[in-house]
Design a protein. Structure first.
Length: 76
């Protein structure tokens, strides 16, 4: 995906959509399904809540198994 398009999407979601909608897991599920191609959705969506209770092995396992993300395939 083009970086310009990504910045537009981030602006729209961050500045124009009310946090009540933007932070709703059902709303965000659509974006996570697209970005992560439907794999490990629950783990990815709950990562920020669970990361502080993960040990090093669990964290490394999560990072290695989230390889299906579209962000890893685009040039930086």
């Amino acid at each position: 995906m083009n970086r310009w398009i990504t910045n537009i999407i981030l602006f729209l979601m961050g500045e124009l959509i009310h946090p009540f909608i933007r932070d709703n897991k059902y709303f965000m599920c659509l974006f996570y399904m697209y970005t992560y191609r439907g794999s490990n959705l629950r783990e990815v969506m709950e990562f920020k809540k669970n990361v502080y209770s993960m040990n090093d092995e669990e964290y490394e396992f999560f990072i290695k198994n989230s390889a299906a993300c579209l962000a890893k395939e685009r040039p930086t």
